[in-house]
Design a protein around this ligand. Structure first.
Ligand code: ADP
Ligand code: MG
Length: 414
């Protein structure tokens, strides 16, 4: 009710130092405080963590947070503690299990972060039964669905665990749920049909462009000349990352550094830190780069080659322009990229293949369209956008019919 929301706004200021809620955070927080189970679908950077951290501070009992990556949990732990929230993690990387369990049993924790594999352990269930719980928050909830792009079998154990505590509300959170995945997540985690809060996916300050690749070094150097400021270039392989970083540095005289999993950990950390600090650096990376990085002023994201799926495209381009200032997302693709991607599908187990193929086809549809890119993207996420956005290549410079025929021919022959 209104009292809850007044208290929530007060805690938002006193605990987090924020003046107001962003987007649909308020709707989610209100539902959680009312004890209603919810699926919150909000884009990356929208502020999903706050929607469970704030109720966790306000409600009696502990909020159990399930999160798929230890590194993400530790990031969250640091920022929660920096705000004075009583938080802990129980992961294989922690040495202070005893203290954490004692604190939990004593009711001294607002937040307890755990990995999904804990859920199936009887000892963990027994431990949860000993103390009042405020909430189950399931981060990256698309991992529960085989339709999702990152299925984790351990997430299937969450339902039986939560069912053992029927009075504790559930909050599932994700940035990437197409209609099908979303429905599946709600079924799998037991969120009622009217429990969906879907925030807008549109990023109006991002200008989308998708263009055939001829000379990527020249094309990206042109892009850098048109769009100053920090940028991320995604390439497909480690070798291409290094080659492109070198050539771009030589061609532009700018600071350009590589990032991929094959580099020594210190080099990776140094390049990432330099990028986060920098006002004009370009990082050339595999898709491993970017998850959990909070850099608001990335002015462009360029893809050399095609992402794995339309969800991947949205997530990766979404790292541009979080500050709301004009930014570019440009993809330089070739017909061979789709051929390679289709071949890679054949390596997947049969059960996953058709879902992945549908995602790749959706991406091909986005590449192929002579119409508004933004409209295609937003429709994929279940929205009902305007026919034209005025801020993508096709709206700004409508393609001629002959161009699109040529494009269709290329895609079909791929
Ligand atoms: P998500 O998980 O949705 O990608 P995060 O929870 O990591 O997003 O939050 C992204 C950033 O937004 C963080 O730096 C967070 O502090 C900030 N943020 C969240 N809510 C607000 C708010 N109401 N006002 C201002 N900043 C906010
Ligand atoms: Mg998050």
């Amino acid at each position: 009710d209104g009292d809850n929301l007044d208290r929530a706004r007060e805690a938002l200021r006193s605990t987090f130092g924020f003046d107001g809620f962003r987007g649909r955070q308020e709707d989610v927080v209100e539902r959680v405080l009312d004890g209603k189970s919810t699926l919150a679908v909000m884009p990356t950077g929208a502020g999903k963590s706050l929607t469970y951290q704030l109720p966790a501070v306000m409600m009696p009992g502990t909020c159990i947070v399930i999160s798929p990556l230890i590194a993400l949990m530790h990031d969250q732990l640091r920022s929660a503690r920096a705000n004075g929230i009583r938080a802990a993690t129980l992961t294989s990387a922690d040495a202070d299990w005893r203290e954490t369990q004692d604190a939990f049993r004593a009711g001294e924790l607002d937040l307890l972060y755990v990995a999904p594999e804990r859920a199936s352990q009887q000892g963990f269930r027994d431990m949860l039964g000993a103390t009042p719980l405020a909430l189950f928050a399931v981060d990256e909830a698309h991992c529960v669905s085989e339709w999702g792009h990152d299925f984790r079998p351990d997430y299937r154990q969450l339902r039986p665990l939560m069912d053992a505590f029927p009075d504790v509300p559930r909050l599932a959170l994700t940035a990437t749920a197409d209609r099908q995945t979303r429905a599946d997540v709600m079924t799998q985690l037991g969120v009622p049909e009217d429990g969906l809060v879907l925030a807008g996916f549109d990023r109006p300050n991002i200008r989308y462009a998708i263009t055939p690749r001829d000379n990527p070094v020249r094309q990206i150097a042109d892009l850098m000349a048109r769009q100053p400021g920090p940028g991320i270039v995604y390439a497909q392989t480690r070798r291409k990352v290094e080659e492109l970083a070198e050539k771009l540095a030589a061609a532009t005289g700018r600071s350009v550094r590589p990032y991929h999993a094959g580099l020594p950990a210190e080099t990776r950390a140094a390049n990432q830190a330099a990028f986060v600090e920098s006002e004009d650096m370009v990082i050339v990376a595999t898709i491993a780069f970017g998850m959990g990085i909070d850099k608001p002023d990335v002015r462009f994201v360029a893809h050399v080659g095609v992402p794995k799926s339309i969800e991947g495209y949205y997530q990766e381009t979404g790292r541009a322009g979080r500050d709301g200032d004009p930014s570019l997302a440009t993809m330089f693709w070739g017909a061979a990229d789709f051929a390679t991607a289709r071949q890679r599908l054949m390596e997947l187990p049969e059960g996953r293949r058709s879902a992945e193929r549908a995602r790749l086809d959706a991406l091909a549809g986005l590449v192929e369209t002579p119409h508004c890119r933004r409209a295609v993207l937003l429709r994929h996420f279940g929205e009902d956008p305007d026919e034209t956005c005025g801020n993508c290549d096709n709206c700004l410079d409508p393609p001629k019919v002959t161009d699109t025929t040529e494009l269709a021919r290329k895609l079909l022959s791929a």
